[in-house]
Design a protein around this ligand. Sequence first.
Ligand SMILES: *Cc1c(COP(=O)(O)O)cnc(C)c1O
Length: 416
Amino acid sequence: MTTRNHCLERDAQDPLADLRDQFDLPPGVIYLDGNSLGARPKASLTRAQHVIAHEWGHDLIRSWNSAGWFDLPKRLGDRLAPLIGAAAGEVVVTDTTSVNLFKALAAALSMQAADPASAGRRVIVTERSNFPTDIYMAQGLSSWLDRGYSIQLIDSVDELPAAVGADTAVVMLTHVNYRTGYQHDMRATSALARAAGALIVWDLAHSAGAVPVALQADGADLAVGCTYKYLNGGPGAPAFIWVPQKHQVRFRQPLSGWWGHAAPFEMAPGFVPTDGIGRALCGTQPIVSLAMVECGLDVFAQTSMAAIRDKSLALTDLFIELVEQRCGHHPLGLVTPREHARRGSQVSFTHPHGYAVMAALIARGVIGDYREPAIMRFGFTPLYTSFTDVWDAVEILRDILDRQDYNVDAKRDAVT
Ligand SMILES: *Cc1c(COP(=O)(O)O)cnc(C)c1O
């Protein structure tokens, strides 16, 4: 039987334990919501001060060149690329995940339309359980195009082989499900799409910085993702888009702003896309927020996704084991796969009073979140979560459940 002392021992042997000191976490908080908003790297405060006071305040407009503002989306993209199995020159950090998904989907549809063998394909296949904005963006794009595109929602991965066929233009999937933590087999699913003549667009919102991703090796076509979750880029930090070299020449996206122009400062009236990944850009970026992304990436540069994955699985295994051991007499249902290959870096349990129990946990400093229906979500971020945190969180959960110390009439907040 695992004890708190075992957890202390594991922390003492944890090769990532020192990285926690690079984050500013308030005392008395066990933060299990890095899958929604990553914790703040300490360095972000001095970086923000420098960007605001020096780069903006002192150097003013010269900073577009002297501080590298203009190249920042590409430079950060190059730094992020190794975390997702992409090459330099294939990723930009820019815009939001929703907007990047719009660009990626539009480009994928246009690639298919330009190929006589695929031009008749009109279906975008995705999952009903996908994060809603992904579905909404696909719906918005296809209805706006008004060319007979439709969205096919599947209810389980088992339906994919039958769903993806001669009429499928694009398969659009979120690699790790935001609610259940289910992780798709990127290689097998990408191969399935390719065999059917479809393109596959992956959303890495819950994967980047959370699980090893090998976009290139696994045969993905396009991808987007988030920097404010596991990558710790800060609230609303710009997202990213990956366009592999093999698709860059054919990549056409409708948000043809001047940042994607071949010669933006010629101020010519006609749009000519630049070569390379720059054509995924649209307009001027929020530099202060964008600069914070680097502070998160700096922490990742000190370790490896393999080490992060080892600890992530150890933390999630421990959490499942302890909840089942210590809270097993309560009506909790594990919805996250036990199989390592199918699990992201979160664990979700249902409870009939999930919202109220989560509210009670948060009131006692254990911050996870709640998603309909009845799902309590706990994100595990190996850079700053310890094994003892897991123990202590489960003890607080057990205490709340045993004493029924939660208010079933708790009022719902709009967010969290
Ligand atoms: C978090 C998340 C988003 C967020 O999109 P925004 O445009 O940043 O609001 C999109 N898709 C998925 C799958 C997510 O998990």
